[in-house]
Structure formats: structure tokens, C-alpha cells
Design a protein around this ligand. Structure first.
Ligand code: ZN
Ligand code: ZN
Length: 340
């Protein structure tokens, strides 16, 4: 928890034609059940903002809660995917088949919803990159084995069902209008919806009350100079949201809340402290990303290793962008950073 939050009653959302369904997520990092927002269109149909995870529990929760509210999931005009994570797009293919509704996603996350960015595949393709981060070869082999073992019950979305979603796209609903806002960071193609009239910000995983946004290592823009710098981009987007005059944040996990400025200020401080620790460590001696893990984490945990490496790398990239650290020898086999 990074700041004080105030729950906003779901009943006040219904008056605006917004129905929040809570879909259980079987992994802790998500920060609780994922929200599906069913938003009433002017023509009697509904727009879906996110779909929940496609496990049998997830689908049962989605169907059960929709019927409780009298919502017909076959009567959809469009399915909008906020970003390419399973707990948000998992039922998109099935719901699209049942309703005939197209699936809207930003170009930069299309690889994820198509299933072309599975972690096992990425790890194999970018082995050299992880070795340069200083990950020992035997640890990398264990990470690869773990990634290949993880069962794949996901239904990805067929390309023919996809429609492009762009920053600035206008969306019309029964009770309000909204505009699509592309805010890369948590993923490269993450979008939020800004409804200026009720001053509601549909934030999915860009602003969450209980967890920081996990700036996960991403290769959609390559490994080199063009590499996607998740946390740097995230912080730019978070500063933009901070300055919005928001009545309520409708997040991807948990109930609607107010007090986003205090929350985001707390988050900026949280990352500032992490960057301070990494900078202090690098002032002692140069280190690789792998060697920096103990600076932020008490112990290494293999299933979470990629998240840990992502978090360290993302914070070091911010320090690098600020000119506070630099790569010692860009040609070296293992890339090490030093404080400047
Ligand atoms: Zn996410
Ligand atoms: Zn999420």
C-alpha cells in the first residue's frame, strides 16, 4: 500500500452504466482478483474493458457475476484489452467467438495476445542478453526449464479478430464518453481510458492501490539501444496521470479509489529509494544486474527471478537515463555498471 485510498461504492458506478466483475487470479503478483468492466453502450449492447483470466474458475466467475447483474456476454459490441497480460485478455478469444465482437488491442501488445511472446520462447531467443546481465549459465538453464514446464492452457486471440487501438481514439458509451490513452510501462502497449465527464480514469495495471506495477523486461523493441525501458516510460506516464484532476481511479485489480496523487507520490518515493540503494551499491564497486539482486532482495527465488532481474534492470536504466550510473565497458562479456 503506497497511500491512503477510499473505496468507491460499486452502486455509484451502476448509475453510469459501469459494472465491475471480479475475476480470481491464481498468482500473487497480480495484486488480487482482476476487474472486468462491462460498460453499457448507447445501442443496448455492452463494451467489455478486459476479460479476466481464462481458467475454469475465471470463466465461471465471469459468467456467474454477469448473470447476477443480468448482463448478456453474447451482446457485446467490442472487447477492449488494456494490455497483453493473461489476467486481462484470457477470455477474449472465447467471448469474441460467442458474441462476434472484435478484440481491440494496442499494436505494441499484439505479440502477447497472439501468443508470440511466451516467456520460454523469449528466454531461448535472448539467452545472450541474460548472460550479459550476469546470469550464470546454470541458473539460466534452470530458468529455461521452468519456463518450458509451465503448462500452457491459455487461449490466445486469433489475428483476424484483432482491431488496432490508438492513443486518442474516442469511445462513446451510454452515459459518458472516454478517450484511449496509451501509457507504455507496465507493458509497451498498455492503454487506459480517460472519461473526462465523470472524471473517471480506467487505469488497469498502470495505477494500482496495493502493488507496484512490475516493469517487466520486454524485447518487443529489441535488446539494444532501442530496448523498451519499462520503468523510465512508466514513470513518464505516471507523472501524466498524477496531474489529472481525477474523481476516481477504476483500477485493474481492486475497488475504485480516490487519492491517486498521494498514492503516486508514494510510488515515486518507493522507486527513488530503490534507485538510491542501487546507486549507493554501485558507488562501492561496479556490478552486473545479477550481482545487484542482493541490494534489493534478501534471497533469490527461481520462479520470480525474471521479475527480480526486471526490477533491478529497470531501476538501473532510470539511473542511467539520469546520468547517475554508466556501463563500465560496453564491449565486455558481462555488462557492469558503475556510479558516476
Ligand atoms: Zn498486467
Ligand atoms: Zn493485472
Amino acid at each position: 500500500m503506497y497511500g491512503a485510498t477510499v473505496d468507491l461504492n460499486d452502486a455509484s458506478l451502476h448509475a453510469l452504466g459501469i459494472h465491475r466483475l471480479e475475476i480470481p487470479v491464481p498468482f500473487l503478483e497480480a495484486g488480487g482478483p482482476a476487474n472486468v468492466y462491462v460498460i453499457e453502450d448507447a445501442d443496448g449492447r455492452n463494451t467489455l474493458f478486459d476479460t479476466g483470466i481464462g481458467t475454469s474458475d475465471g470463466l465461471a466467475a465471469l459468467r456467474g457475476q454477469a448473470s447476477e447483474w443480468g448482463l448478456d456476454l453474447r451482446n457485446l459490441s467490442r472487447i477492449i484489452v488494456s494490455h497483453g497480460h493473461l489476467d486481462h485478455f484470457g477470455n477474449a478469444q472465447l467471448l469474441s467467438e460467442e458474441s462476434g465482437a472484435p478484440v481491440f488491442v494496442h499494436d505494441a501488445d499484439v505479440d502477447k495476445v497472439l501468443g508470440e511472446a511466451r516467456f520460454g520462447t523469449l528466454l531461448r531467443k535472448h539467452q545472450g542478453y541474460f548472460l550479459r546481465l550476469g546470469v550464470p549459465a546454470d541458473t539460466l538453464a534452470l530458468m529455461q526449464a521452468g519456463a518450458d514446464r509451465s503448462g500452457n492452457t491459455v487461449r490466445y486471440v486469433e489475428r483476424a479478430r484483432l482491431r488496432a487501438l490508438h492513443d486518442g481514439d474516442a469511445l462513446h458509451f451510454r452515459h459518458f464518453d472516454a478517450v484511449v490513452k496509451h501509457l507504455p510501462g507496465h507493458t509497451p502497449g498498455l492503454v487506459c481510458l480517460w472519461a473526462e465527464e465523470p472524471r473517471f480514469f480506467f487505469a488497469d495495471d498502470h495505477v494500482l492501490a496495493r502493488v507496484s506495477p512490475n516493469p517487466v523486461l520486454d524485447f518487443c523493441q529489441g535488446e539494444g539501444a532501442s530496448k523498451f525501458r519499462a520503468l523510465s516510460r512508466y514513470l513518464d506516464g505516471a507523472r501524466w496521470v498524477r496531474d489529472l484532476e481525477v474523481h476516481a481511479i477504476l483500477p485493474g485489480h481492486g475497488p475504485a479509489f480516490t487519492g491517486h496523487r498521494e498514492l503516486l507520490d508514494g510510488l515515486f518515493e518507493f522507486y527513488g529509494r530503490r534507485q538510491g540503494k542501487l546507486h549507493a551499491r554501485l558507488a562501492e564497486s561496479p556490478a552486473s544486474i545479477f550481482e545487484l539482486l542482493p541490494t534489493l532482495y534478501l534471497r533469490r527465488d527461481l520462479p520470480r527471478l525474471v521479475l527480480m532481474l526486471s526490477e533491478v534492470l529497470a531501476n538501473v536504466e532510470v539511473l542511467e537515463d539520469q546520468g547517475r550510473v554508466a556501463v563500465v565497458d560496453p564491449g565486455a562479456e558481462i555488462v557492469r555498471y558503475a556510479a558516476r
